[in-house]
Design a binder for this molecule. Sequence first.
Ligand SMILES: Nc1ncnc2c1ncn2[C@@H]1O[C@H](COP(=O)(O)OP(=O)(O)O)[C@@H](O)[C@H]1O
Ligand SMILES: [Mg+2]
Length: 405
Amino acid sequence: MIDIEQMFRGFADVCTEVQRRAVELENEPDRRKRLRPFSLKETADILGVSQSHLRNLLRENTEFPQGKSGESGRRTFSIHEIHAAREWLLNSTGNARYRTHRTDGEGEKLQIVSFVNFKGGSGKTTSSTHFAQYLALHGYRVLMVDLDPQASATALFGIHPDTEVNEDETFAGWVRRDDLGRDAGDIAKGMIRDTYWPGLSLVPASIALQSAEYELIGRVRDERPFFRELQAFLSKVGGDYDVVVCDCRPDVGMLTINALVAASGLVVPIPPQMIDFASSGEFFRFMSEIARDFRTSVSRDMLNYDFVRILTTKYKPSDRSQTTIVHWERALFAEAALEHSMVETAMMDSAGILKETLYEYEPVGNRRTYERAIEAMNEVNALIEAELLRIWGRGRLRLRDLEVA
Ligand SMILES: Nc1ncnc2c1ncn2[C@@H]1O[C@H](COP(=O)(O)OP(=O)(O)O)[C@@H](O)[C@H]1O
Ligand SMILES: [Mg+2]
């Protein structure tokens, strides 16, 4: 007979030991995540200039950030150098497309983009983290808020949710601020941490964030305010940022409702499969009901978005039924559907194992696959960025048709 009690106690010890070793391994100094340098082509793309123009700038201006030449003779640039190069371009050309930080006085309000959908696995975390990193690469000041207790966005930023994130360091800290006996401003600041991405800060999540969900449900019952907490938090800290990106859990619970209420724009990722449309249909019906409830019981101004965009994710163009669905989607959602899709890519798997995004991953030997993937990701992100620029009244300045520096 197996002694189950003893056996499971043994298994529990094994799990603790494996976890301890894994944490140790990942925390070795040379394993800590850091950002790779970017090639000349990537740098030119990020700055929005042609490669030949970038080469001229490098040749003709000694004060222009020069990057580093590797063993292969290839020049690379750190993200700091890319930002310095953009600054240089702004100062020397005066062209507004090199200006990224917003100016409150000019009506450039903080933009809060929430990635939402009922369904798990639809690409919310992938899309939101890549969008946040894209914005940081392009010089914006970004705050990413992980509102999913599963904390996959937090883990992507190299932080162990279980061992490195206390409850008070998640959004739950803000929700419970009255109980904590500390200054609300200090609590808010304590939730935000820098990442190895310059210009990208994070409010991490962990399973402890679930307590905020329960706390907020309790408030609904007691008829206490429950839906403006994220908004209140962002009104405290938002001045330091251009864009806030929220990654949501795959449901419309209290945390997601806070993200919906605070948001100025929504992105709804949907893979082009029948099953995903069924659940997304439920999602939109539910959204419609929430909007009606809030507007009749709170204010007409609730859930007014500057934009709502459907983003096709994990698209396999070689699959006939998927191309048909995407075709219908474009026709029926009309301009609400983003005109570029994120294709399904094997790169996401290889990058995923290492917990790296496409922007972090350094391709080895699979350049073409990588380039196809990153190009699709950049196209999608540029479209969402264009929405932000439109709202700031900057038109579509960053798009490639303005290829003159
Ligand atoms: N474009 C893509 N190609 C291939 N795999 C993808 C792609 N986008 C997402 N995935 C994978 O699908 C899974 C679910 O994506 P995720 O972004 O975590 O969804 P959600 O946050 O909506 O639950 C992850 O394993 C992710 O790596
Ligand atoms: Mg997710």
